[in-house]
Structures are given as C-alpha cells and as structure tokens.
Design a protein around this ligand. Structure first.
Ligand code: WAQ
Ligand code: MG
Length: 262
C-alpha cells in the first residue's frame, strides 16, 4: 500500500513556531492531517498566523529501524560534568563537544540565533560542514509507528513527552548513518529544558536542565568522522524515509553507571 508523507509547519509574522511530520498509509490521512493542524494551533511559542500542511506520496520504500536505547541520566551533578563524561564515551574530543554546547546556548547561527536545522561538525578538526550555516541541515521523512510509540510511552511512564518521542525518532535516523559519531541537542523552546546526547554504539542519553529555563536558544550538532561524504550524508538526512518500528530499553543511570555501559 502507498505511504504518504504529511508535513506541518507554522509561523507568526514570518517567524517559525512549530513543525512536525508523519509517514502514514492512505486510510490514516484524514486523521493525521487534522491532528497536525491541531498541534500547530496549540503551541507554547504562540498562536500562528500561518499554517502549512503538505501531503505527498512517498517515492521510496522506508527503512524500518529499532530506536536507540534510552538512558535517563540522574541529576544532582553539574551539566558540564555529565557532558564531559558522555563526550568521553564518544569519538568527540571533550573540549570540542563542550565548545559546541556553549555555542548552542549563545546562538549557533552566524547571526547569533537559532538555526532551523542542524550543524554538521567534523571530528577532530571542528570544521563546520553544513552547506548553509544560517539554516543548517533539516532531517526529514521520519516517523514512529503507533505501536512503538505506545511501547515507548509505557517504558518512559511519567517521563514521556511528545518532544522526547520525536527527538528519539530523529536521533535514531541520524545515528544510523555510518559517518555520524554523536549528536548533541538542546530544544529552542524556552520551557523545554531537557536535551540529549546520542553516542554511536551506546544510545540516547536524556539530560535534564541542559539549559536555563526561559532561554529561546538551542539547536542540534551532528558530529561526523573525517572523510565523510557530505553529499551522501545530507541526501540521507533530508530524503531517506525512516520509520521507527520498535523500541529498545529505557533506564535511569548515574554518572558512575554511564562508564560501565555497553
Ligand atoms: N532536523 C535538523 N535539525 C532540527 C530539526 C530537524 N528536523 N528540527 C529541529 N532542529 C534543530 C533546530 O536547530 C532547532 O532549533 C533545534 O534542533 C531544537 O529543535 O529526551 O524540542 O524542535 O526529552 O526545539 C529534545 C527532547 C527535544 C529531549 C528537542 O527540539 C528529551 C526539541 P526543537
Ligand atoms: Mg522547538
């Protein structure tokens, strides 16, 4: 059966407010179009004056993936200490990881604001590879099945949010590319202060209070290895349909326990 991509974006006075997307069979189109429309109208960043909902038949078969294992990192430890530990598990040099963390909090775009997409940073040089640094690279054509989302909800319990579900979906696609070594994400929503670091071969680490409440800055950095084929990477991120069809695990870990994970 044919699958359809449904994409929503909203703005006010030309400024982006929210966006979301699904990949669904034809018989679910009515329901999904309406639910994305409603999601656009009720957003913490404000009431939009422009909403676009786009429906498009997929031209390519999707890839089905299992979500990254999720680790909720226990608090009571300074965020920098946690980030140092997580970057030291990855191929990203700790100082470089921290440098980009600071950049996201200051406004990572050349004009000092939020990028709509992600920065791509080469390891170990720290060179920015994304073709347009004002905009960044947008990951698209992603979704999670209702069954997998339900299971994630069950596993995460009171820690479940839609932002979390969407971010795990996105990050699972991103980390599935062989050239991506890690990802750092901070929401740009002023009241969403949970972010994450995903590390190749380890999982998705949720970090509470990754930024101060009230800050409308944030963003994403994809760390990639030397010699990455950028064209191939960008076309995968922007265009390859990926559906998360099962989840892995959800557990809480302390700073000390992170070390022992494999
Ligand atoms: N592709 C690439 N980058 C994106 C995309 C995308 N599709 N969507 C957003 N970004 C970038 C962009 O720079 C945004 O400013 C930034 O990420 C943050 O986007 O486990 O809500 O939609 O609870 O604000 C993390 C969930 C939620 C953590 C992240 O991101 C958890 C979130 P937001
Ligand atoms: Mg946001």
């Amino acid at each position: 059966m044919a699958l359809f991509s449904v994409k929503m974006r909203s703005s006010k006075g030309g400024l982006h407010i929210s966006g979301a997307e699904r990949i669904v069979p034809e018989e679910k189109l009515d329901e999904v179009v309406l639910s994305l429309f409603n999601r656009a109208r009720n957003h913490s960043r404000g009431k939009p004056d422009f909403i676009s909902v786009k429906v498009e038949e997929l031209k390519e078969e999707p890839v089905y993936l299992k979500a990254l294992p999720v680790y909720e990192v226990k608090g009571g430890v300074p965020i920098k200490t946690l980030l140092e530990k997580l970057f030291s598990l990855s191929d990203v040099p700790v100082s470089l990881g921290l440098r980009f963390y600071m950049q996201l909090l200051k406004g990572i775009s050349p004009s000092g604001g939020v990028m709509r997409g992600a920065a791509i940073v080469e390891i170990p040089s720290g060179k920015r590879l994304e073709p347009d640094s004002e905009r960044g690279v947008r990951v698209s054509y992603i979704d999670i099945t209702d069954e997998a989302a339900e299971e994630l909800k069950r596993l995460a319990g009171s820690r479940y949010t839609e932002n979390f579900r969407d971010a795990l979906t996105l990050s699972t696609k991103v980390l599935n590319h062989p050239d991506v070594l890690a990802e750092l994400c901070i929401s740009d929503d002023p009241d969403y202060t949970t972010g994450y670091v995903s590390v190749k071969g380890r999982g998705y680490f949720r970090l509470f209070n990754i930024k101060p409440a009230g800050l409308s800055l944030g963003g994403r950095v994809f760390f990639v290895g030397e010699g990455t084929d950028l064209k191939n990477l960008v076309s995968y991120l922007e265009g390859k349909p990926v559906i998360i069809s099962s989840v892995s695990t959800y557990s809480a870990v302390s700073l000390e326990e992170i070390e022992g994970l494999k």
